[in-house]
Write a protein that binds this ligand. Structure first.
Ligand code: FES
Length: 84
């Protein structure tokens, strides 16, 4: 982790954050409950924190992934389920 300040796009908005941070840290601070349960409409976010549950699903640079397995890198484009 370099610790340098980088810019990412989070649901279309520019956000400055530290390179190498777990993406879930950025999402927890900026977009808590970053998607909704399709069944109940309740806010969802990180649960297991180790890539098993898929509760933290987000789109990064056009592909769906687990936010808990992603690290912040310059110019990454992150879309949460809250953007729709
Ligand atoms: S929090 Fe469970 S897969 Fe990311």
């Amino acid at each position: 982790m370099s610790g340098r300040e980088v810019r990412i796009l989070l649901d279309g908005a520019a956000v400055n954050c530290t390179e190498g941070l777990p993406l879930t840290e950025v999402l927890s601070a900026r977009a808590p409950g970053w998607r909704y349960s399709p069944k109940l409409g309740a806010p969802r976010g990180m649960f297991c924190g180790m890539g098993l549950c898929m509760e933290c699903a987000v789109e990064v640079d056009g592909r769906w992934t687990r936010a808990c397995l992603e690290r912040v890198r310059p110019d990454m484009n992150v879309r949460t389920g809250m953007a729709e």
